[in-house]
Design a protein around this ligand. Structure first.
Ligand SMILES: Nc1nc2c(c(=O)[nH]1)N[C@H]1C(S)=C(S)[C@@H](COP(=O)(O)OP(=O)(O)OC[C@H]3O[C@@H](n4cnc5c(=O)[nH]c(N)nc54)[C@H](O)[C@@H]3O)O[C@H]1N2
Ligand SMILES: Nc1nc2c(c(=O)[nH]1)N[C@H]1C(S)=C(S)[C@@H](COP(=O)(O)OP(=O)(O)OC[C@H]3O[C@@H](n4cnc5c(=O)[nH]c(N)nc54)[C@H](O)[C@@H]3O)O[C@H]1N2
Ligand code: SF4
Ligand SMILES: [Mo]
Length: 821
């Protein structure tokens, strides 16, 4: 869709379509423009408008992993239509165009959405009722400052929490995550600090798991390196939806695969858009059982002599007795575990794996032989498999395939992690340092409200201290819908937030009246990217990347203010802290534009090849290619492991991790959770073999959907119409429940209930249903969600090691509510 090579007619069409998409269903002030616009694009739309028509560079800065330039045409100060990148030669492998997907192209709809927040508001009803009164900015600033002072005095700054929020992750001034990179952090660091969080909803389990295998964040070969491979195996990776930009991974995958002509095997419970005829084989798998599949594959590889023994001996710890740490128990190595000579005395035969995964034995044997014989082989995992209750082990297990076959650190191979991107070094907004060193996992904040002082390092993963000293009393919720919508266990969250004596103040800063905003005590209206100047960076692309100059396209709407001005206002109201003006320390005397000029000057001082600020403003985008061609993860280690050891305790790839063995022995885990020294398959609560399945027979997974970026763009009617919210269900499961395609169905489990329409399709394996995450939670009078909002059905119990969100581990039952009219 966004990824066509240069084709003038196609470009004309896209241009015209962007106009149509942007103009349809516009709010009233734009009806005249709508009537004037000829969407056929047979001539330049710009020619039709008067002198005030202008085209300005901006960007889409949401957290879809990509970053896309937008060129916005305005007339009389209002956005008329939105186009994307038209620079470069548009030849793959050169500086091809980074074209926005339909979400970015519908930016006009988001900017002018009827539910735009217009002025600051204070809650008047009970928390969560959604009743507010309009107040002035000065009242809002004073209220926040008074509460910050009171709460930090009574409980300490550890009681002030910056919630996870990625709504404008791609910006520089507006950057909303990581928390320490945001302006809210800078503000709080001028006033005693805040309780930080570690980990993220995206990658908590893989980041924690592969840290023990490779040391630190596990990188993968650049996706462009697929042009050098023989076989591509993707576990739960769906870039056709999750990396949609014209500069995005989906384009690299297609183009690189064309060059190598490598086979593509997709392992996913769903037949994804990434497969969809472009794959050579789809292997549907039961959610949460990828580690069991790997075990079966390893069994075949070991018994058929397909493993790279020399690689395992030289680079790895714990494959067999030879490299097992001296003080590890006998037979606790990987080979013993697979062959059934370890503690459980269970050989992980293909038959064993088939039972767990639902994949036929012959398919497992054939896959093992194919992977074992293809050299090099690009094995990668998206983040779907790890976003589960046993995700740490799953991520480590998948990495075993390239490790067993010696595909790590070579061209055309991969580490088993997700693909890496080439990055352009770019200065970020300095945020000063946080005097509070404590942090919690981003997923455990509701518990920190409820029982903060009981939370410890070994039971709850508190870091920086043995335990928390205060519960959360103040929440900054900036560019985040995690207060309600994006956080598992919505009904439990409602209960905890509903007790106003616990968390005493919640400030939500957003563009729209989201379900999280409804739970705020104060709602502050932020500018969109289109209303201010900023730089966008940090895309997940291939071996080319870009930085975008986001200019101010239109004047701020209503009483909206930028996050810089909001933080400056609070800073002023805070007065002095330890004898220093918070305002002076926060602003350093600069305006937003002056900061951007300063940040750019710092970037340029480090790298004089950047053009001048004014040149960049004119160009809109700076694109660069990786001077090394393709990134090859762990190449230095592979070439010379003594000179370039990994940052694991042994400096090697740790198949058996002593650090994990220690954690397993010392942490307190709830019954049913496991941390293991080897990347074992473990059964979990709400997994396929949970007893509960008798009542809740269907496994429910989520996925990231092209209709939205999480919840962002969820209020754009055109996108909703094109990609409705629906639950994928196999015809066998639908038939046995009397459900037909398009029927309204109810999804229910221990945590909650919702309804949505059924998509009856063989694109999902029997016994599994899938619902995209991010639909806007909207309960009816009985408290039942009406929008198919995923997180009413998800748990708040974290995964064992990362304390991360097990979003894809759920059991559910589905019933017919009403047949399609
Ligand atoms: N069940 C389930 N839950 C999940 C996931 C899952 O797979 N399944 N995925 C998880 C993942 S990976 C993530 S990253 C999180 C994402 O969760 P969030 O980070 O909350 O992401 P969004 O839903 O996009 O919400 C961002 C908010 O920012 C707002 N916003 C957008 N632009 C701006 C701006 O310029 N200024 C301000 N102030 N606000 C802005 C949007 O209106 C929206 O309310 O969700 C997690 N939740
Ligand atoms: N359009 C769009 N793009 C996005 C986002 C968005 O909301 N919308 N969100 C962005 C963000 S913040 C993130 S973190 C990424 C998320 O990127 P991912 O986490 O990779 O995306 P998901 O769709 O959650 O999962 C990928 C695939 O894993 C499959 N899957 C689920 N469970 C299992 C399992 O147990 N085993 C296997 N093998 N497969 C499984 C799902 O069916 C899905 O097709 O996407 C980013 N891109
Ligand atoms: S949502 Fe992502 S892919 Fe789409 S325009 Fe925005 S940044 Fe680009
Ligand atoms: Mo994410």
């Amino acid at each position: 869709m966004t990824n066509h090579p240069a084709d003038p007619s196609r470009r004309g069409l896209l241009k015209g379509m962007a106009g149509v998409a942007a103009l349809a269903s516009a709010p009233l002030p734009f009806q005249k423009a709508q009537a004037n616009t000829n969407p056929s694009a047979s001539h330049s739309p710009a020619g039709q408008f008067d002198d005030t028509t202008k085209r300005t560079w901006s960007a889409c800065t949401v957290n879809c992993g990509s970053r896309c330039p937008l060129q916005m045409t305005t007339q009389n100060g209002q956005i008329l239509y939105v186009e994307s990148d038209d620079t470069g030669t548009d030849t793959y492998g050169e500086d091809h165009q980074v074209r926005a997907c339909l979400r970015g192209r519908s930016m006009r709809q988001r900017v002018y959405a009827p539910d735009r927040l217009k002025y600051p508001m204070r809650r008047v009803g009970k928390r969560g009722e959604g009743k507010f009164e309009r107040i002035s900015w000065d009242e809002a600033f004073k209220d926040i400052a008074d509460n910050l002072k009171r709460i930090s005095k009574d409980y300490g700054n550890e009681a002030i929490y910056l919630n996870y929020g990625t709504g404008t992750l791609g910006g520089t001034v507006t950057k909303s995550w990581p928390p320490a990179g945001s302006l809210i952090a800078r503000l709080m660091n001028c006033h005693g600090g805040y309780l930080n969080h570690y980990g993220d909803y995206s990658t908590a389990q893989i980041a924690a798991g592969l840290n023990y295998t490779y040391g630190g964040w596990a990188s993968g070969n650049s996706i462009s390196d697929i042009e050098n491979t023989k076989l591509i195996v993707q576990f739960g990776n769906n870039p056709a939806e999750t990396r949609m930009s014209g500069g995005g991974i989906t384009y690299y995958l297609q183009e690189a695969k064309k060059r190598s002509n490598a086979r593509l095997i997709v392992i996913d419970p769903r037949y994804t858009d990434t497969a969809l005829g472009k794959e050579d084989q789809w292997i549907p798998i039961r959610p949460g059982t990828d580690a069991a599949l790997v075990n079966g594959l390893a069994y075949v590889m070991i018994t058929e002599d397909l493993v790279d023994q020399a690689f395992l001996d030289k680079y790895c710890v714990g494959y067999d007795q030879k490299t097992l740490p001296a003080d590890a128990p006998a037979n606790s190595h990987y080979k013993a575990y697979i062959l059934g000579e370890g503690d459980d005395q269970t050989p992980k035969t293909p038959e064993w794996a088939s039972q767990h995964t639902g994949i036929p034995v012959a398919t497992i044997v054939q896959l093992a032989r194919e992977i074992g014989q293809a050299k090099p082989c690009y094995i990668a995992q998206g983040w779907g498999p790890q976003r589960s209750r046993n995700g740490e082990n799953i991520s480590r297990a998948i990495a075993m395939l390239p490790i067993l076959t010696g595909n790590v650190g070579i061209q055309g191979g991969n580490s088993g992690a997700r693909e890496s991107s080439y990055a352009i070094p770019f200065q970020r907004f300095p945020t000063l340092s946080n005097p509070i060193k404590t942090s919690i996992s981003m997923f455990t904040w509701t518990d920190a409200i409820l029982r903060g002082e009981e939370m410890t390092a070994t039971a709850d993963g508190v870091r920086g201290k043995d335990k928390l000293d205060a519960p959360i009393k103040f929440i900054w919720n900036y560019a985040s819908n995690c207060l309600i919508n994006q956080h598992g266990g919505i009904n439990r969250t409602r209960e905890i937030l509903g007790d106003e004596s616990r968390c005493e103040m919640i400030v939500v800063i957003d563009n729209h009246m989201t379900s999280s905003a409804e739970w705020a005590d104060l709602v502050l209206p932020d500018l969109t990217t289109s209303e201010q100047m900023d730089f966008a960076a940090d895309a997940n692309f291939g071996n080319m990347n870009l930085v975008i100059f986001c200019d101010q396209v239109i004047k701020p709407l209503f009483e909206c203010r930028s996050i810089y001005d909001i933080c400056s206002g609070v800073a002023k109201a805070l007065g002095d802290y330890q004898g220093e003006s918070v305002f002076d320390k926060f602003t350093e005397g600069r305006t937003q534009e002056e900061w951007l000029r300063h940040i750019y000057a710092v970037t340029r001082a480090k790298d004089p090849s950047f053009p001048s600020f004014e040149e960049f403003r004119e160009m809109g985008i700076i694109k660069r290619r990786d001077p090394n061609g393709h990134f090859i993860a762990y190449k230095g280690f592979r070439d010379n492991p003594k000179a370039n050891p990994l940052s694991t305790p042994t400096g090697k790839i740790e198949i058996y991790s002593q650090a994990l063995a220690e954690i397993a022995a010392t942490w307190q885990l709830p019954e049913g959770d496991a941390i293991t020294a080897l990347p074992e398959h473990v059964s979990t609560l709400d997994g396929w073999d949970d007893e509960k399945r008798k009542e809740l027979p269907l496994q429910l997974i989520g996925f990231h959907y092209k209709a939205r970026t999480h919840s962002t763009y969820g209020n754009v009617e055109l996108l909703k119409a094109a990609n409705p919210q629906e639950v994928w269900i196999h015809p066998l499961d639908a038939d046995s429940r009397g459900i037909k395609h398009g029927d309204l169905v109810n999804l229910k489990n221990d945590y909650g209930e919702t309804f949505t329409q059924a998509k009856v399709t063989p694109r999902i394996m029997p016994g599994v249903v899938a619902l995209s995450e991010g639909a806007w939670y909207q309960p009816n009078q009985k408290g039942v969600d009406t929008q198919g909002s995923f997180n009413v059905l998800a748990t708040q119990a974290p995964s064992p090691l990362a304390k991360g969100n097990p979003s894809h581990t759920n059991l559910v039952e589905i019933k017919l509510l009403a047949a399609k009219a």
